[in-house]
Write a protein of this length. Sequence first.
Length: 118
Amino acid sequence: QVQLVESGGGLVQAGGSLRLSCSASGRTFSPYAMGWFRRAPGKEREFVARIIWNRSTTFYADSVKGRFTISRDNAKNTVYLQMNSLKSDDTAVYYCASSKVPASWDSWGQGTQVTVSS
């Protein structure tokens, strides 16, 4: 069973930056991919970014492309989300997730709140 714990959320002014971290624990951790999702108030959860663990291939939602960067540290079993040029629309609870196979997210963190003030 993989456990994911996010950290790094907080309150930031528009135009500012935050870096989220997601640490994974478990007997063996070798995911196919790790991803970040978010849920804004009153909205459905949406995909933000993902990274293929062993290839570092990344993919982003159009809404964050050019502003957010996903990366990982294999040795620490940690995935990061660097968020720059934050907008009020980025306000949401951010969740990390892991997948063992493509297109199937099977483990989720508890979420971390990001609030961007305008």
